[in-house]
Design a protein around this ligand. Structure first.
Ligand code: SAM
Length: 221
């Protein structure tokens, strides 16, 4: 199995490993594998797979849609969503979103690191930034939406009675939802509007809280 320059640099220069050293690897599809370093240099190297160390573990079918905020907090959302078992991460532009672009490669690399840190074998895809309105235009209503609306702040939602199956959690930006978005989401089939408790949470905290509530009630916790 070939090693790219960044992987070879990490193993050889950062971890100071050489030929014969054993490491654990995963590709997001085939579980975790023990592998032996065959060669490692500045431009690349190679690994030999030895044996499967763990089976593939995919998360439940829950997506996280959120409006990107400041860089460090967006990084935090991607990292925590991966640890909490989001199957896909979709940054969305809403009426009050500030960000016009995201560093998708950097965010995807954060997802890989987070999966490595928590012993995962699955890496969620970080999708390109897309307008929420366009996503809703072509939404497959077979995937329900758990819409966190700060206007509902109060006793937290009980999700256990909701149907199982594919879901997407939707978290708004620092500026919250516009009246037009509230009207659109309120009229869309398969949308459940929920409270995340009596306090207004920052968007990054809200993403973590909503994923935890969903996983505990409908997911694999
Ligand atoms: N600027 C808004 C305000 O002052 O009311 C707050 C927006 S909040 C920082 C960002 C997002 O987190 C909201 O759009 C919502 O999706 C979610 N959120 C935060 N607290 C919530 C709560 N208690 N219940 C439901 N959603 C919440």
């Amino acid at each position: 199995m070939p090693l790219g320059p960044a992987q070879a640099h990490y193993l050889g220069a950062v971890m100071r490993l050489g030929p014969g050293a054993r490491i654990e690897v995963f590709n997001g599809r085939d579980g975790a594998w023990t592998a032996e370093i065959e060669a490692v240099g500045k431009r690349g190297g190679s690994l030999a797979l030895v044996a499967q160390a763990a089976p593939q573990r995919d998360p439940p079918d829950v997506w996280l849609m959120f409006a990107p905020i400041k860089k460090a907090r967006t990084d935090f959302i991607v990292e925590k969503a991966t640890e909490l078992g989001a199957a896909r991460i979709l940054p969305v532009q809403t009426d009050h979103t500030n960000a016009e672009r995201i560093a998708r490669d950097r965010l995807q690399a954060h997802a890989v690191e987070a999966a490595e840190q928590c012993g995962g074998t699955f890496v969620p895809e970080v999708a390109a930034l897309a307008p929420l309105s366009g996503l809703l235009d072509r939404w497959d209503t077979g995937r329900r939406i758990l819409w966190a609306d700060e206007a509902l702040a109060g006793p937290a939602a009980t999700l256990a009675t909701l149907p199982r199956g594919p879901w997407a959690i939707l978290i708004g930006p620092e500026g919250g939802w516009s009246a037009a978005e509230r009207a659109r989401l309120g009229a869309l089939e398969g949308v459940t509007r929920v409270s995340l408790g009596p306090r207004i949470l920052r968007a990054d905290t809200a993403a973590v809280a909503a994923l935890a509530l969903w996983q505990a009630a409908l997911g694999d916790w």
